[in-house]
Design a protein around this ligand. Structure first.
Ligand code: SAM
Length: 368
């Protein structure tokens, strides 16, 4: 799981670009793990309900002995409304002509983004794919159960490797709603993605730096080919994110306070020969209790041109980079909070001079 913060009372979103948006609350930002989302300015009623629901759940979780690490992660790192807003914007910008309805979230973890995708439009479908069965089951019990029974019929969650997606196995629906399987998008008898009948996807995404889980160029190109092959022949986009800057290549510890706990992003020493880094996410409750290494990742920190080359080699027609500078980490390393200003926008740029920290969205376009 990744590097962003979800919006909430004090707000936690990931770094992102801000575009004018047509369908969403304009305060939402996409997810990301090391930046701190700013407080929301305007809430619609639905968002307020969601937030107060999250508040209650947070309190419950935090008084329990073992708060759910997935719940803490979602609060600290993710901002699904913002992500979806940008995904739709990119789709309309580079493909256009129709609304995107069919979505796949690779490296989905708890598939929060898929759940939000379904919640915001009843015509939408989603596919989630991840290696971690525990997080997929947590999604079914926690994220999907909040959306309503029809969501189970529109989401197909698969347990498996993005490098062998067709072998990935469909995760069962919870027993209490077993009858809903009859309505499932996927063939009732399907057990793997190969056997499932799924609509061609309009958008595929790999967020929170998940492509860094793939360490070889061969794997990266193979993964991009899989993503391209499931996109609609009428045109579709693949979107991933990446972080970088001089601060990404050294030891670093950033933290931000959320409701009832502190979220900590820790970066180990950077291996320049292999471009490998280890990222750990910790959650701290007051002075005494810390959930250390709630999530740890061994990443290869790809560069933007490497990613772009691999996308083109995989067969994408064009690749676009949306980048924004992040606040200087030196000014925040010993501070209580690392925060991201709301005013710095993501911009589509073809050249950008190195900074202390930046975040980028790479959008690969498959046209007819
Ligand atoms: C950084 S987390 C991102 C989670 C989520 N996408 C988000 O935005 O917060 C990376 C996820 O990728 C999954 N993962 C890592 N390697 C994978 C692979 N080869 N195939 C499928 N999932 C993988 C992990 O289990 C983990 O849930």
């Amino acid at each position: 799981m990744g590097k962003n913060g979800k919006k909430h009372k004090e707000s936690h979103h990931r770094a992102s670009r801000r575009l004018p948006r047509d369908d969403d609350d304009s305060s939402a930002l996409p997810s990301s793990a090391f930046d701190l989302p700013p407080p929301p300015q305007d809430h619609d009623q639905e968002q307020e309900e969601l937030e107060s629901e999250s508040d209650d759940e947070t309190k419950q979780d935090l008084v329990a002995d073992s708060p759910s690490k997935f719940h803490l992660y979602q609060l600290s790192v993710q901002s699904p409304k913002g992500d979806i807003s940008y995904l739709v914007k990119f789709f309309l910008m580079y493909i256009g002509g129709r609304q995107p309805l069919h979505f796949q979230e690779d490296f989905c973890g708890t598939a929060l983004l898929s759940a939000e995708w379904l919640r915001s439009d009843p015509r939408r479908t989603a596919v989630g794919l991840d290696l971690d069965l525990e997080s997929l089951n947590w999604c079914l019990d926690n994220n999907l159960s909040k959306i309503g029974s029809d969501a189970y019929s529109r989401l197909s969650l698969f347990h498996g490797n993005v490098l062998q997606p067709f072998e990935a196995r469909l995760v069962s629906h919870p027993p209490q709603i077993d009858h809903i399987k009859d309505l499932s998008l996927s063939d009732n008898t399907a057990r793997t993605m190969r056997e499932a009948t799924l609509p061609a996807r309009d958008i595929v995404c790999a967020f929170n730096y998940s492509c860094c889980c793939l360490h070889s160029r061969k794997d990266l190109v193979a993964y991009f080919r899989h993503a391209l092959n499931i996109l609609s022949r009428k045109g579709g986009i693949f979107v991933m994110d990446l972080y970088g800057g001089t601060s990404s290549e050294c030891k670093l510890r950033l933290q931000r306070k959320l409701s009832g706990f502190t979220y900590i992003w820790e970066q180990e020493e950077f291996d320049v020969i292999n471009r490998r880094t280890k990222i750990s996410l910790h959650f701290q409750f007051g002075k005494k209790k810390t959930m250390r290494h709630a999530f740890s990742y061994h990443w290869r920190l790809w560069s933007i041109p490497e990613i772009k080359d691999c996308m083109e080699e995989a067969g994408f027609k064009s690749v676009h980079t949306w980048i924004r500078e992040m606040p200087d980490t030196h000014l925040h390393e010993n501070a209580d909070e690392y925060t991201v200003g709301r005013d710095v926008k993501y911009e589509e740029l073809s050249s950008f001079h190195q900074r202390d920290a930046w975040n980028v969205y790479v959008v690969a376009v498959a046209n007819v």
